[in-house]
Structures are given as structure tokens and as C-alpha cells.
Design a protein around this ligand. Structure first.
Ligand code: PRP
Length: 209
């Protein structure tokens, strides 16, 4: 497996909050808060190569050389579970576009089923950032990237919280150009396609269903 495009956070706060998120005693109100905070911490990491243009600003003391981040960014939360990561990202990146894609995983075939797609008619972005907390078989992530590339988006990043090695391998094989940013690489998938040790079902746990 090529892991050159896999970025697993080493930040102590990410590890601390991820352990709280996994805890089965964490209620859904706390779960939502932790997802929001983890997304903000990962935002610091996935924006590491944001392109900058120089600009000068006038301070009360004189002229300072500064920069402006002016890439056209689209955030793509995969419904439902990706919604929990969106709010934190929008606090840090308030000027981005948001493109919603709805997928659920068929529990028997484990294949993704698309039920919603709200891409603009003119897809003009420098980079699209997919948000989905769980990379299990990788089917949903690959399907989402297929949709974005078919819409003409050349640069895509995947941002999640936890991943199984099987999902990372699937995504790398299908889209080797797409970097993966996660809080942790977990051990494996179990026989029904859940990430172990995982955190359960991120959609159910954040929405209390
Ligand atoms: C979960 C998760 C991913 C997908 C991951 O969604 O949020 O979208 O499964 O699995 P995969 O890598 O095997 O495709 P789910 O189907 O539970 O829908 P939900 O977000 O609406 O709960």
C-alpha cells in the first residue's frame, strides 16, 4: 500500500478528543461538539499547502508584508455523518462553497447508494475537500471522488476521522492523487464492514438515531 498520500494526525489534542469520541458513554451532544472540534484541528493540517499571494497591509506602525489565501475551496460533506464536521470548518474557512452529496451504504452489499447531489451548474474550484468521518471499505469515498472528478474538479482531498487499512488501500488504488487526512488509522474492518476499534456509527451517534 502506498502511504505517501496518507496524513495521520500526530497532534496530542486530536488524539485526546478522538478517545473521547470513541467512548461509548459519550452522549450525542458531546459527540457533536467533539466532531466539530476535531474537524477544526484537522483543518489546520489539511490546509498546510494552501496557496498564498503576497499582499501588504498597513499597521498602526507602518507597512507589513503579508499574504492572502485566495484559493477557491469547496467543502463537500457526505450526508449524513460528514455534516458534523462542516460547522467547525466553516468557522475557519467562512468564504468557501459547500456542495452536499448524500450517500448511504447498503448494509448487505456494503456498496454506496447516492440519494442526493447538490453540485452547482458551473463547477469552478481550485480544490474540493470531502468531509466524512469514516473510511471503512472506501466505497463511499471513491464514489464521491468519482462524482467530483466527473464534474471537472481536478484537485480533491479526503478528510476523515478514522479509517480502516482496507479503505485507505481502496481509495489509493482508485484515486492515487487524492491525499487522505485522518485523526487515526484503525486496525481493521469486521465481518459486517464496521471499523474496529472504531467508534460505532458516526451518523447515529451524532444525531441520536
Ligand atoms: C458511513 C460513513 C461513510 C460510509 C463509510 O455512512 O459516514 O459515508 O458509511 O463506509 P464505506 O467506506 O464502506 O463506504 P452511512 O452509510 O452509515 O450513512 P450515514 O452517514 O447517513 O449514517
Amino acid at each position: 500500500m502506498s502511504e505517501s498520500n496518507l496524513h495521520v494526525s500526530r497532534h496530542p489534542l486530536v488524539k485526546h478528543k478522538l478517545a473521547l469520541l470513541r467512548d461509548k458513554n459519550t452522549d450525542y451532544r458531546s459527540f457533536r461538539g467533539l466532531m466539530r472540534e476535531l474537524a477544526m484541528l484537522l483543518c489546520y493540517e489539511f490546509t498546510e499547502d494552501l496557496k498564498l499571494t503576497p499582499r501588504q497591509v498597513e499597521t498602526p506602525m507602518g507597512i507589513a508584508d503579508g499574504v492572502k489565501a485566495d484559493e477557491r475551496i469547496g467543502i463537500v460533506p457526505v450526508l449524513r455523518a460528514g455534516l458534523g464536521m462542516l460547522e467547525g470548518i466553516l468557522e475557519l474557512l467562512p468564504s468557501v462553497q459547500v456542495w452536499h452529496i448524500g450517500l448511504y451504504r447498503d448494509e448487505h452489499t456494503l456498496r454506496p447508494v447516492q440519494y442526493y447531489n447538490r453540485l452547482p451548474h458551473r463547477a469552478e474550484l481550485d480544490v474540493a475537500i470531502i468531509l466524512d468521518p469514516m473510511l471503512a471499505t472506501g466505497g463511499s469515498a471513491v464514489a464521491t471522488i468519482d462524482i467530483l472528478k466527473n464534474a471537472g474538479i481536478a484537485r480533491v482531498k479526503y478528510v476523515g476521522l478514522i479509517a480502516a487499512p482496507e479503505g485507505v488501500a481502496h481509495l489509493h488504488e482508485s484515486h492515487p492523487d487524492v491525499p487522505i487526512y485522518i485523526a487515526n488509522l484503525d486496525d481493521r474492518l469486521n465481518e459486517v464492514g464496521f471499523i474496529v476499534p472504531g467508534l460505532g456509527d458516526a451518523g447515529d451517534r451524532q444525531f441520536g438515531t
